[in-house]
Design a protein around this ligand. Structure first.
Ligand code: FMN
Length: 161
């Protein structure tokens, strides 16, 4: 799959097959994700592999689509608002890289911010000051959602002198 195809066919996956994904495969994907742009090489991401006990505590009405792997991805504490925003942006780039690298191997991902946030930080046992940016279930998709069409990008273009 080339990059154009990978970007345009990735979907937010809600249900997964139970086929296991090897931890080494996930670690390799995370290694690739770490080539994400980040300010001053801060690499402000921390990754938590969630086992069944933590998942159960975290999930309200979801079992994360039955995904064999669920990751929580957090950004490191910051002293200033600008640092916090840049950390968050870099972690979002990291997650996007992860999703695309996974999809290139036929592994689907979802992004849950509902399961993220301060409550998740406490349940997972992540130190104070860290922020959970996304909880990411990962596995072979059981079904592929339809593409959600985007507005014409021309609607978003603005010229300035
Ligand atoms: C910051 C962020 C938070 C998100 N949170 C959720 C979420 O809590 N639940 C969910 O179902 N999808 C969540 N998504 C995924 C979006 O719903 C999804 O990307 C969007 O509907 C477009 O679908 P697509 O990714 O398949 O193109 C989130 C995406 C981002 C970037």
């Amino acid at each position: 799959m080339n990059m154009m195809e990978c970007i345009s066919t990735r979907r937010n996956i809600k249900s997964f097959k139970s086929d296991p994904i090897a931890r080494e495969t996930v670690v390799e994907l995370l290694r690739l994700a770490s080539f994400a742009p980040n300010h001053r090489m801060t690499e402000p991401w921390e990754i938590y592999f969630l086992g069944p006990e933590t998942r159960e505590k975290l999930a309200h009405k979801t079992n994360f689509g039955g995904a064999p792997i669920v990751l929580a991805i957090a950004c490191t504490p910051a002293k200033t608002q600008i640092d916090r925003d840049e950390h968050y942006a870099a972690v979002a780039c990291f997650i996007q890289n992860l999703m695309l690298a996974a999809w290139e191997k036929g592994i689907g991902t979802g992004w849950s911010s509902i399961a993220a946030g301060e409550r998740a930080r406490q349940i997972i046992g992540i130190p104070e000051g860290y922020e959970v940016v996304g909880v990411i279930p990962m596995g072979i998709p059981a079904e592929l959602p339809q593409v959600k069409e985007r507005q014409p990008i021309e609607n978003k273009l603005h010229d300035r002198p």
